[in-house]
Design a protein around this ligand. Structure first.
Ligand code: NAD
Length: 363
């Protein structure tokens, strides 16, 4: 398995998107986003997606360099249509608009529809937190019905992620960011490509039996395509997680105008997102109460005695930061299948394998 330093991996992925039709800035933005996910331990939303994105560019499912259209706006809200532009570009722009409005008006609400895959949603909560804002994001994925609701064995939801970011003065923010399914689809893809295996009972087959074999989602056809399988990923957290998934579909999908997941609509995959931005100072009676209370309470939570077999109690965002430090230092270990899929994407984009290997520093 090749081990590649993150800057070299970013360079090769950026070169692929550059040759596939993105301008340099967008190519680097997408590469940084994917490698950023790997660095934080979310390999499911990392460079494993490169080939899929290049294929989507070829088929026109995502468009390079496409600006976000402002459908409607007021000082506190905006309705945005990405019109199948690159998700990373559209979502970054949507957050920029949300930040600008919340800075001026203390709160803002922004919807985004028809965005290409936006990747790791926590990235956008981090962007808002870097500007000192609390943010909440409900996301859905149209044309990506993958998840069985509580009590069902058939797919009805997308993996519908949810994220919240809490800024901290002079310290990294707390970022809660997860798919509302037991695992994100990308984690099933990682498992199908020889990476980390799935937790027990993460999937359900068409007979209603729990399983962790990726075949339930993809069948045994190659390359893995979730449209081929007859099973489903299970919603997380029993009825409660399933309820949150429904709300992500209703808010990220229906409210945003993206359209909730559903039987094949004939429309391409698209992320929809409803984001809420809050300026902490606008809600505080005492200066710094929020940031001091956040710090005090998080310390209190972390001081709880660990359960058997657990080293220390962590809070959202901490595991990602720990992995970020280690992976920046040690490089990223890519399963052979993933590296080969990057080389395939490179070939498709017109970057010869010899050049791709040389940029990445892989023999
Ligand atoms: P996950 O199951 O790894 O959960 C991650 C969250 O749990 C993070 O907030 C993390 O800090 C927290 N966490 C993890 N271990 C912890 C611990 N021991 N103690 C306290 N907190 C802990 O994430 P996932 O569901 O596999 O999602 C992976 C990524 O996939 C996310 O970035 C998500 O946004 C992304 N995603 C994107 C889409 C899309 O359509 N764009 C769809 C689904 C998922």
């Amino acid at each position: 398995m090749p081990i590649i330093q993150s800057d070299r991996l970013s360079a090769v992925v950026a070169e692929i998107f550059d040759r596939a039709g993105c301008d340099r800035k967008e190519a680097e933005r997408v590469a940084e986003s994917l490698v950023g996910a790997n660095l934080r331990g979310h390999d499911s939303h990392g460079v494993i997606r490169t080939l899929r994105y290049v294929t989507w560019l070829e088929t026109g499912w995502i468009k390079a360099g496409h600006p976000v259209r402002v459908v409607r706006e007021s000082p506190v809200m905006a309705v945005l249509d990405a019109e199948q532009g690159f998700g990373q570009s559209a979502a970054e722009k949507a957050v920029e608009i949300g930040i600008e409005k919340a800075k001026a008006m203390e709160i803002s609400v922004v919807t985004l529809k028809n965005a290409g895959h936006i990747g790791r949603v926590g990235q956008y909560a981090e962007q808002a937190a870097a500007a000192g804002l609390v943010s909440i994001h409900f996301v859905n994925a149209r044309s990506s019905e993958l998840v069985a609701p509580f009590g069902a064995r058939e797919r009805r939801f997308s993996t519908a992620p949810f994220a919240v970011g809490i800024p901290q003065n002079g310290a990294p923010p707390y970022i809660l960011d997860f798919a509302t399914s037991i695992v994100a689809e990308g984690k099933v893809l990682v498992a199908a490509q020889g990476g980390k295996s799935l937790p027990k009972g993460a999937l359900i087959n068409d007979k209603g039996d729990l399983t962790e074999d990726p075949i339930a989602l993809y069948s045994d056809a190659k390359p893995p395509n979730y449209r081929n399988g007859t099973g489903a990923i299970r919603a997380m957290g029993e009825h409660k997680g399933s309820g949150l998934a429904l709300m992500c579909e209703l808010l990220g999908g229906a409210f945003s105008g993206n359209g909730a997941a559903g039987p094949a609509s004939g429309k391409p995959f698209a992320n929809g997102m409803l984001s809420i931005y809050l300026t902490p100072a606008a809600f505080a009676e005492e200066d710094n109460f929020f940031s001091e209370e956040v710090r005090r309470y998080v310390d209190h939570v972390k001081s709880a005695a660990p359960a058997a077999g657990v080293d220390k109690v962590l809070v959202p965002g901490e595991p990602e930061l720990e992995r970020l430090e280690a992976r920046r230092r040690d490089g990223l270990e890519l399963p052979e299948d993933v590296w080969n899929s990057i080389l395939e994407a490179a070939e498709k984009a017109g970057l010869p394998n010899s050049e791709a290997r040389s940029i990445a520093g892989v023999n």
